[in-house]
Ligand binder design. Structure first.
Ligand SMILES: Cc1cc2nc3c(=O)[nH]c(=O)nc-3n(C[C@H](O)[C@H](O)[C@H](O)COP(=O)(O)O)c2cc1C
Length: 213
């Protein structure tokens, strides 16, 4: 029972981190455990279609940071008035402040052509990669590390930057490392961008929109 409450505590404590990275080192044994947890994720047809590129090189990280900043400016230009002002205050990455970047990729060819379970839903491979990311995120939280998912990038840019082979897709750039603290409320909610939906609004009974009998 004790373990059960700890599991829920970690799930609810997890945050997307941008501003709280300290840049302190990560113990190699801790990093191994976190990657091992990611690699233990379920995957369609046991394809394990993920890879993890650990990026420590400063020049690479700076180059990616500049690219993200350009993408951020492009998105900002699509906003007007109050939305633009709010977005201005929101930090979308902690690439240089975090200790390590982990790029998680998806290889659709792994286990192909007969990936058991991917016959009807091609995206099931991508779902598998996201589950590995979630395992990584939760175990990092349990290890008192922060994780920030950066998706402000063009896949082609990141593929070239990291020499990712053709056909393999970069899914996420994760900023990982020790943090001063984890916020209790998501950044986007704190900045008035968007609020979380209550669970009751997301649960339907017997059909879409159905109320409990
Ligand atoms: C697929 C995905 C992509 C995301 N991309 C970004 C991003 O580019 N920049 C960012 O600051 N946060 C990004 N986030 C974090 C979300 O903004 C965050 O998860 C959400 O606001 C809820 O906050 P919480 O994770 O702290 O609960 C991403 C999250 C997911 C799941």
């Amino acid at each position: 029972m004790h373990t059960l409450s700890e599991l829920y505590e970690v799930i609810h404590r997890r945050r997307d981190v941008r501003g709280q990275f300290t840049g302190e080192p990560i113990e190699p044994a801790v990093l191994d455990r976190v990657l091992d947890a990611a690699h233990a994720a379920p995957s369609v047809g046991l394809s394990q279609p993920w890879d993890f590129v650990l990026v420590r090189d400063d020049v690479t990280r700076r180059s990616f940071r500049e690219h993200v900043e350009r993408q951020r400016r492009e998105f900002a230009a699509t906003l007007d008035g109050e939305r633009a002002d709010r977005f201005d205050n929101i930090k979308v990455e902690g690439i240089l402040e975090s200790t390590l970047s982990i790029v998680v990729t998806y290889d659709p060819a792994r286990g192909a052509p007969a990936v058991l379970g991917r016959h009807s839903i091609a995206d099931a491979g991508l779902y598998s990669v996201c589950l590995a990311i979630q395992n990584l995120w939760l175990s990092a939280t349990a290890e008192d590390l922060g994780v920030g998912w950066v998706s402000f990038f063009a896949e082609s840019f990141l593929s070239e930057l990291l020499a990712i082979p053709d056909g393999i897709r970069p899914v996420a750039w994760l900023c990982v490392g020790p943090v001063s603290h984890l916020e209790t409320v998501p950044d986007l909610e704190r900045h008035g961008w968007r609020s979380r939906r209550p669970l009751a609004a997301a649960v339907h009974h017997d059909r879409w929109g159905g109320a409990r009998a």
